[in-house]
Design a protein around this ligand. Structure first.
Ligand SMILES: [Mg+2]
Length: 301
């Protein structure tokens, strides 16, 4: 676990650092509140902060308030170090958003266990987040998590004027799979389908379950032509995939259809319009006989 120490006093800072290193934590050090706040604002910030109360430039209380007002997805657990320890100071600290307090000079064992409490809470939060973002059947991102990331990627594409493609895919005649083999085999087919797609994607592409047998893929950096090329590769992989029914060892084969849409860099393009265009393209792929890829029309205007 990454821990950030914010402490202006060099001796206290060294003592903290030595202890935390001995306990095996990954440490970053800041000598005042402002420096600590800059570190917190970077991507992948430490999950736990041990901060002194009295510091130059930005004190511990202000640092707490500033961190809590940030719009970051991961929780940061804050332990405030204080020489104060009076009830009204504690209340002030709690109001500012601190999770715990330690009175200076602190006892090493106490520090160790207070960090462990923080670690437990961070790990629980991480687990809850993971559950909330994952489709339980396939282990892929669920629709909500996918849409959140897609929103970030479309923002990035618009800001940087870089390509981004979106792909909608659906198993052909999936109802027949369920009707012929039952829902358990239907579930197995969904798992194999999503796994095959995921394995064939590039590392920075991401995949989510949109609903039922429909999956969505975002491909940052891919234009129209690349998206169509990747979709064609995915379509082939699915067509070649061999699913063996566990009980009868019967071979099951499926095919899938794809609609691709490149995000227009015009500000008029919204996530809804992007999805709508990919959906129309998928509809065309279905009506052209399935097991094929169709590219969306360029947006109007
Ligand atoms: Mg101080």
């Amino acid at each position: 676990m990454k821990i950030l120490i914010a402490e202006d006093d060099p001796i206290s800072r060294r003592v903290l650092q030595a202890n935390l290193l001995k306990w095996g934590y990954d440490i970053t050090v800041a000598v005042n509140g402002r420096e600590a706040f800059d570190i917190i604002k970077q991507p992948e910030p430490p999950s736990l902060l041990i901060s002194d109360w009295m510091m130059p430039h930005m004190d511990g209380l202000t640092l707490c308030r500033n961190i809590r007002s940030l719009n970051i997805t991961r929780y940061i657990y804050i332990i405030l170090l204080t020489t104060k320890g009076e009830k009204r100071d504690i209340i002030q600290g709690l109001e500012a958003g601190a999770d715990d307090f330690l009175t200076k000079p602190f006892n090493q064992e106490e520090l160790k266990y207070r960090i462990l409490i923080g670690q437990r809470i961070i790990e629980l939060e991480h687990r809850i987040l993971q559950l909330a973002n994952t489709d339980p059947l396939t282990g892929m991102m669920n629709r909500r998590a996918f849409m959140e990331q897609l929103a970030q990627e479309t923002d990035r594409a618009h800001r940087g004027q870089t390509p981004l493609s979106f792909l909608l895919t659906d198993i052909d005649h999936f109802k027949q799979v369920n009707d012929t083999y039952g829902h358990q085999i239907g579930d197995l087919v969904l798992q194999c389908f999503s796994k095959t797609l995921k394995e064939a994607l590039r590392t920075y592409d991401f995949l989510g379950r949109y609903g039922g047998e429909e999956f969505v893929i975002a491909m940052p950096g891919a234009d129209d032509t690349q998206a169509e090329y990747i979709a064609e590769r995915l379509r082939k992989k699915v067509e070649e995939m061999e699913i063996i029914r566990p009980d009868t060892k019967e071979l099951i084969r499926i095919t899938s259809s794809f609609g691709t849409a490149a995000c227009s860099l015009s500000p008029l393009e919204t996530i809804d319009s992007l999805i709508k265009r990919a959906d129309d393209a998928l509809y065309r792929a279905k009506s052209q006989g399935r097991n094929c890829v169709c590219r969306a029309e360029k947006p109007k205007g």
